[in-house]
Design a binder for this molecule. Sequence first.
Ligand code: BGC
Length: 723
Amino acid sequence: MSFVSSLLAQMTLKEKIGQMSQFNNDDDEKLENSVKNDDVGSVINEVNIDVINELQRLATQESRLGIPLLIGRDVIHGFNTIFPIPLGQAATWSPELVETCANIAAIESSNSGINWTFAPMIDISRDPRWGRIAESLGEDPYLCSVLGSAMVNGFQGENLSDKNSIAACAKHFAGYGASESGRDYNTTNIPENEFRNVYLPPFKALADAGVSTFMASFSDLNGVPVTGNSWLLNDVLREEWKYPGPVVSDWGSIPQLVTHGFCVDEESAAFEACQAGVDIEMASDTYAKNLPLLIKNNKVSLEQIDTMVNRILLLKFDLGLFDTPFTESTLLEEKLNSNHLNVAKQVATKSCVLLKNSKQTLPLSKAKISSLAVIGPLADDGYEQLGTWVFDAKPSQSITCLNAIKKHVGDSVDVSFSKGLETSRSINQEGFNDARQIALSADVALMILGEEAILSGEAHCRSNIDLPGCQEQLINAIYETGTPIVLVIMAGRPITLEKVLPKVDAVLFAWHPGTMGGPAITELLFGETCPSGKLPVTFPRNVGQIPLYYSQKNTGRPASDATFVDINDIKVRAPQTSLGMTCAHLDTHFSPLFPFGFGLSYTQFEYKNIKVNKHLVNIGENVEITVTISNVGNFDSEEVVQLYIRDLVGSVTRPVKELKGFQRVYLPAGQSEKIVFTVHTDELAFYNRQMKLKTEAGLFNVWIGSNSDTELKTEFEVVIQQD
Ligand code: BGC
């Protein structure tokens, strides 16, 4: 008999239900008693190492069977050292860096006794109004799968029982990002085919990558809230995918089955969640209160409880907690590790996306400017630059843009500063005058605007995603001075910038860049490094375009420049059929403001000679696609080379483009390189009408370029081999 089976065999029902209960630590004494009495198997939100060690002592030495605790925390984008928000990390398109960030977060958090993070969040996010887009890896299933798996590897390391490894959690399973109108916790209605082709692939990828836990979403999925959705949690996750680990509920999501109108009371909620296979209840006590009766009345079987508890005990065993429940801290508390800071700078640098750079305004040159006006509420705010989901870092350890710029330019450039607005939301324009004055006497106005941290993240959704408050008016005021404007935006989501763009000369989108945001942005602005971030999400022109994503379907009447009619060009009483009759709005262009994958550099890359190694590709074979990329500008730089395909005809209609590969390459100025992508026909499979994953024969277009709007294309045909 294995260690875990023999332990399980000794447990009482009360002890088993205790393992299924996770407590939020809001009362030390209550928690300590619960641990001693075997009423709790995991704890959320305790980060004090002494308290955690004492809880582990009580669990292992004073409870009847000595079972250690899972200690969970939302370690989302760093612990003490804060990296860019996940959406910003996704803009690096670098699985290696994303993995390193997660690894550092694991090192720092495990040093406090944490052994489980509720990350990565891999909800496909196509609605920038939704505040949680900040925590996501963007809109694309492929990018999200690759980067999400990298995060899992970073958190979990080679071996879960290593001192610096923590268990990861694939969340929020599934479809949460499709909340109607981008309002958090809202209903989702996703047809099964789209669900399988778009929303599930990242979760499948993480299950395959060995993620230790899954979290059931709060949301209502096609009428059945996920926390009680046996089809999703049992049939798909456990039966189809063979995922062996535990599923945790989201915060209070079991009692919320009553609020959804899915269950009549908490007893029924406990029953439904248990049937669906939710093993651990987060923060509420519906299981503790109702499972004993449900078992007594034979509604829930003891075998079922044993299966669930077995998964939890196995996780504890894999984490090595039975051998080493205690933590000895090896990191200094007051000082951040310099290697961690270097990585934070590097990731922030590669996450910044250059959206505009007219007249080569950037990079700034210390030799060419003598004065710089730094303006904006986010220029010198170590707290706001950290972004959402930051509990365990000290904002005083952040380096702001203003500080980094002053340090960088020394005495060579005269740097003046004015906030202009008190916060990103302010509507009080009293500070405009001061800002205008410093801009008037400067060579360049550097405006650092955007969203405060609190405007994105859980339950922080916006119906309007323009720059909040009076920031557009502040830009207008500075624009009137005639001084060139470089705009840096820190935000947790795409911002609608159509009105602002003509007023500014350059735009660098920095997301919430984390602890080292200041130095990273400064080095980019002054050309020490070249921007290389690429958008992991489409930037719309206005909210009316949402949802807007690159991998849309073609429709029967796709919009085109040839047929597009602007509202201002419509003649009075024009006959109905005189318009383009295509899939477009009259009052905005059908294209996005910036497409998925977009990002400029200080240099220019030229793509040519796209080729396939064979035109006919048998199902089961690889096809190689090559391209030559040349750095024809003056800066050494990295570029993210992107490969897109289109399956021209499918038994279920296919998107107009789908990302199937990418490579971040370094190319010095003047050099060329041949880039090779290998795609197996399995990677062209999609769920068909029978919900079977199949590659269909037929013609495929393939593009390689620097964003999803690339034109350089060739084709190949997938054929079924005749024997
Ligand atoms: C969120 C989860 C998070 C949990 C614990 C919930 O409100 O939806 O993503 O992990 O709280 O803090």
